[in-house]
Write a protein that binds this ligand. Structure first.
Ligand SMILES: *Cc1c(COP(=O)(O)O)cnc(C)c1O
Length: 485
């Protein structure tokens, strides 16, 4: 069942193939060949896991029911197993609610897809009797979620690279205290881009691949270019819509405008697919930070990397300039020939431009705004005064809501991390004080009488299992990997 096609030519593949080999031909990404129209209204009372089954069936994903069920059992570890992505209305405005996507083990939205993805990947690998090496580079959120997902999973080894000193203490401890034989975590002397480049160098190195094959290992990645993650990231947009209209007593069909803090565009892509399949969403509002390349693109139709430097902001998970999943939107709207042309322009000249009719098409689906970093802190402070703790990524979304000032529409702002993951920024915003992670967490807890989850507090008493630091030289990393395998 070849439900997928490359975004840059007409090569086709099954879902399973797309998961194992996420890089499609002509350097493209695997995309659904065509999206089904779904009668969402009939699904409105399904449980979260039944909804996953319904959507996977509609998308023709070739996964056996019992395998998907065992993957979905990973939601049992979430705060509320039957509702992994709850909405809250607090004492917010009448036309606003928050979709909380941080109730999994790593306290960021990456768990929504990575938690079931690890079991799915491992079960399929076992079925095929193949061993996989998953390589991942993280700026802080993907790493912990990937490690939790793949810990002790059969047929899988994970190498995780993170920039030493470039993550928060909480994020680093979530990685280096992880105890499982198949997980190997290294700090890299350098920034996230250095770690990412070293990893890309290895992934595209044929000698390394041969060396791995000699050890019976195939190589794969778990970032959001892997459609296995995107598939799970379609579901909670539908769930969020249902929860919103039920909570506000609205008729099915009332348009809801999701506001999504975006970086690599994997989260927003799920909403785009749901809207294409017929979910009554209004425009998808892309919330960016001062690295506002997505805002520029959606406003002007020009994706321009020339002379652009990455800025380190208060919302580090959104610090990105080459937003991979935009390519899948281009494919879905304009087809593979045009996508290939645009992406080749980007590779060769660092820029591409849409024609006016193409931009109009993009604007039927998306609107974008970006939040300056000082305003991000002000938003955190303002809501903290109402006892609502918004992490800096979520604050970017709430900024977009306030900026739009539209009481005629309904909005669902996505909360992509819990406040305790970025406590120093929170404290700085709220009291102006500077403190390291755990001191900041304690101070905020005592001000607001809200506790960070136990899984965060216990990090401090865990022993450190991984303390190797490597240079960002791909050859050093490669020989380290071969020693382990
Ligand atoms: C990864 C992440 C994002 C960005 O999501 P994309 O799918 O890359 O757009 C936003 N906020 C947090 C907290 C994240 O971890």
């Amino acid at each position: 069942m070849n439900a997928f096609t490359s975004s840059r030519d007409d090569t086709q593949a099954s879902f399973t193939h797309a998961i194992f080999h996420p890089n499609a031909s002509s350097s493209g990404l695997w995309c659904p060949k065509s999206l089904p129209q779904v009668n969402f209204q009939t699904l409105i009372n399904q449980s979260y896991t039944d909804l996953v089954h319904s959507i996977f069936n509609a998308l023709n994903l070739d996964i056996q029911r019992d395998i998907l069920d065992s993957a979905l059992s990973s939601y049992k570890d979430f705060d509320n197993s039957s509702n992994p992505a709850p909405i809250t209305t607090y004492n917010l405005a009448n036309n606003l609610a928050i979709l909380e996507l941080y109730h999994g083990s790593s306290r960021a939205f990456k768990d929504m897809a990575l938690a079931p993805f690890g079991t799915l990947f491992s079960t399929l690998a076992k079925q095929q009797n193949k061993k996989y090496l998953i390589l991942t580079a993280t700026s802080g959120d993907t790493g912990p979620a990937t490690l939790d997902s793949f810990a002790d999973k059969q047929n899988i080894s994970v190498i995780c690279l993170y920039p030493k000193g470039g993550t928060s203490d909480v994020q680093e401890l979530q990685m280096i205290t992880k105890e499982a034989k198949n997980l190997h975590i290294f700090g890299i002397n350098g920034n996230f881009d250095d770690a990412q480049s070293a990893l890309k160098n290895l992934i595209h190195n044929p000698d390394f691949q041969k060396e791995l094959e000699a050890q019976d290992f195939s190589l794969s990645v778990a970032n959001s270019i892997n459609f296995g993650r995107i598939a799970f990231q379609i579901i909670y947009h539908i769930w969020g819509y249902f929860c919103y209209i039920k909570a506000k007593n609205l008729e099915y069909g009332t348009p809801l405008y999701p506001i999504i803090p975006s970086g690599n565009f994997g989260n927003a892509l799920g909403a785009f697919y749901a809207k294409r399949m017929g979910l009554p969403l209004g425009k998808i509002i892309i919330a960016s930070n001062p690295n506002h390349i997505l805002t520029d693109f959606i406003s002007t139709g020009i994706y321009d990397l020339r002379g652009r430097k990455l800025i380190l902001t208060h919302s580090p998970a959104m610090d990105i300039l080459k937003s991979s999943n935009i390519e899948r939107v281009l494919f879905e709207l304009f087809g593979f020939k045009r996508t290939k042309e645009l992406m080749q322009n980007l590779d060769s000249t660092q820029v591409y431009s849409l024609a006016p009719n193409e931009l109009a098409k993009i604007n039927e689906y998306f609107q974008a705004l970006f939040c300056p970093d000082n305003v991000c802190l002000e938003i955190i402070k303002k809501y903290a005064q109402k006892s609502i703790l918004l992490d800096p990524h979520t604050a970017n979304a709430i900024y977009a809501y306030e900026e739009l000032q539209d009481s005629t529409k309904h909005f669902l702002a996505y909360s992509t991390a819990q406040w305790c993951k970025f406590a120093p920024t929170m404290l700085k915003a709220i009291t102006g004080e500077t403190a390291k992670d755990f001191e900041a967490i304690k101070k905020i807890e005592s001000i607001f009488k809200q506790k960070a989850p136990n899984s965060i507090h216990t990090l401090l008493s865990k022993s450190i299992k991984h303390n190797r630091i490597l240079s960002s030289n791909p050859n050093e990393i490669r020989s380290e990997i071969m020693k382990i395998l």
